[in-house]
Design a protein around this ligand. Structure first.
Ligand SMILES: Cc1cc2nc3c(=O)[nH]c(=O)nc-3n(C[C@H](O)[C@H](O)[C@H](O)COP(=O)(O)O)c2cc1C
Length: 179
């Protein structure tokens, strides 16, 4: 990791290696979500996503991205609605399950179906049900913009992803400042 000052970072553009790019991005702490939709059959697709973010309050729009080689891409491209489940501090096992190959990621997971007919997973800190607004292929990912139709939340510490690690108790120690 390069220390401040930044002179070493002002290298020619081709010096931005994938490693350096990944390391820099890893310093941006995020929450962790599971984005889920009804699949083509009577099944569901879902995966762990940290790319979720807000876009607009009026209308209420959110954004996330999915790798174009992802197995669930085709199903999400066909889905008109989906759910964003924002994970709580004690849902690391779910985050791992939904980011790794698994015969049936939803097996044994407790959820309800909401208006979007997509799984709203029990124990999360927030749920947002979205209608697809638009999709945009950008680089090696597909950007999804969703219009939020319903949402709900609970006051619980969230799961945090930073530097390639889950941080379950980042906010429990009382160190959180309001933005
Ligand atoms: C914390 C975390 C966040 C992730 N965020 C994303 C993301 O935003 N977009 C993405 O395409 N993959 C992301 N991944 C990787 C996917 O969860 C993983 O590739 C998953 O297997 C994709 O599922 P699928 O191939 O069944 O579609 C993330 C993985 C982790 C551990």
């Amino acid at each position: 990791m390069t220390a401040f000052p930044m002179s070493a970072e002002r290298a020619p553009r081709n010096a931005i290696t994938e490693r350096r790019f990944r390391d820099a991005l890893a310093q941006f702490a995020t929450g962790v979500t599971i984005i889920a939709a009804r699949g083509d059959e009577e099944d569901f697709v879902g995966f762990t996503a940290a790319s979720f973010n807000s876009v607009s309050l009026d209308p209420p729009l959110i954004i996330w991205s999915l790798g174009r080689r992802s197995r669930s891409l085709a199903a999400f491209e066909r889905a008109t609605r989906y759910a964003v489940n924002v994970l709580a501090h004690d849902q690391v096992d779910l985050a791992r399950r939904f980011s790794r190959p698994h015969a049936d990621r939803f097996a044994g997971v407790r959820y309800q179906l909401g208006d979007a007919a997509a799984p709203l997973i029990e124990g999360c800190v927030a749920w947002l049900e979205c209608r697809n607004h638009s999709r945009h292929p950008v680089g090696d990912h597909m950007l999804f913009i969703g219009e939020v139709e319903t949402c709900a939340c609970r006051s619980l510490p969230p799961l945090v992803w930073h530097d390639g690690r889950y941080h379950s108790d980042a906010l429990r120690a009382g160190g959180a400042n309001r933005g």
